[in-house]
Design a protein around this ligand. Structure first.
Ligand code: MEV
Length: 308
């Protein structure tokens, strides 16, 4: 039996903009999707991950396409495995569930098929698999799902090596991820941004410039441990995401609840249009206050930490 895991992630800065080669900052959350793979007479996937209702069903076609892509990338003609998916990472849009499962499955199949790929090769294969879920992904999600940690990411638009650097933050910080309860389609969200950018090039150029400057400032603040500044920059990032129309009513409501209850910063995380937002809530007390306020309004939340 082959086994593998992939980390869930939270994008702190730069989602959507990373697709265009601008910098993004993301952190693994300390939860994983785990997979096993056993050679078998036919292909079967047993998905026991918990999370947003309807998520796994809504993603089934993408999941199957991603497996086809994996077999292609691995050059495997033998496509008959019993795959099991579980782990403590809840499935919901925005937490990198598809990337975590891609990495976990690629690791499990690689082991079972005797390929024994290293992390770099797994990351490459998971990127191919992510195309089924995100169309034209930047690669940030599979990178964090593979290596973990807090990372700075720049996609190489010419097709060469992406820039991937570890960011050293002085300490881990509590966050709350609020789930809108809406299953989102990352591929459609990415395509929507591309479409609107084509229609309004000047407006989007100005927003992209701001997003780039913001990521550099955020890296500096994270490295210094200036959490107040990180929060303020997250708020600014949220405004840019609203301007490119990837937030939604539920996510804006969650951001408002977070801010009204003392979060230092709050923003959409991931593809948006549903899925999750992230609130920066250093200390267990603030984290609990913000989480309970969201739960009191009927939202599901995840209490976790970045920079672990
Ligand atoms: C999705 O988690 C992040 C996006 O920027 C897409 C990508 O980077 O591939 C929206």
């Amino acid at each position: 039996m082959g086994k593998g895991s992939g980390y869930g992630k939270v994008i702190l800065f730069g989602e959507h903009f990373v697709v265009y080669g601008l910098p993004g900052i993301a952190s693994a959350v300390g939860l994983t999707t785990d997979a096993t793979a056993v050679k078998s007479g036919k292909m079967a996937v047993k998905d026991e991950r918990k999370g947003t209702e309807g998520y796994s069903d809504a993603k089934r076609a993408h999941q199957l396409e991603s497996l086809e892509r994996m077999f292609g990338a691995m050059g495997l003609n033998e496509k008959a495995f019993d795959i099991w998916l579980g782990g403590d990472l809840p499935v919901m849009s925005g937490i990198g569930a598809s990337a975590a499962s891609s990495v976990a499955i690629a690791r499990a199949v690689s082991e079972e098929a005797g390929l024994d790929y290293d992390d770099d090769k797994i990351n490459e294969i998971a990127y191919e698999m992510e195309k089924a879920f995100a169309g034209n992904p930047s690669g940030i999600d599979n990178t964090v799902a593979t290596y973990g940690g807090l990372i700075w990411f720049e996609k190489n638009l010419a097709g060469g090596q992406n820039k991937i650097e570890k960011i050293r933050a002085p300490s881990a910080v509590e966050i709350v991820m609020g789930n809108s309860g809406v299953v989102a389609d990352t591929k459609k969200m990415v395509e929507g941004v591309a479409e609107r950018r084509k229609q309004h090039p000047e407006k989007y150029d100005a927003i992209f410039k701001k997003a780039e400057a913001l990521a550099f400032k955020a890296r500096e603040a994270l490295e210094k441990g200036d959490i107040g500044a990180v929060g303020a920059l997250m708020d600014e990032n949220h405004k840019l995401l609203q301007e490119i129309e990837v937030s939604c009513k539920e996510l804006d409501e969650l951001v408002e609840i977070a801010k009204a209850n003392g979060a230092l910063g709050a923003k959409v995380t991931g593809g948006g249009g549903g899925g999750c937002m992230v609130a920066l809530t250093p200390g267990k007390e603030l984290q609990e206050r913000v989480a309970q306020a969201m739960e009191g309004r009927g939202f599901k939340v995840l209490r976790t930490r970045i920079g672990v």
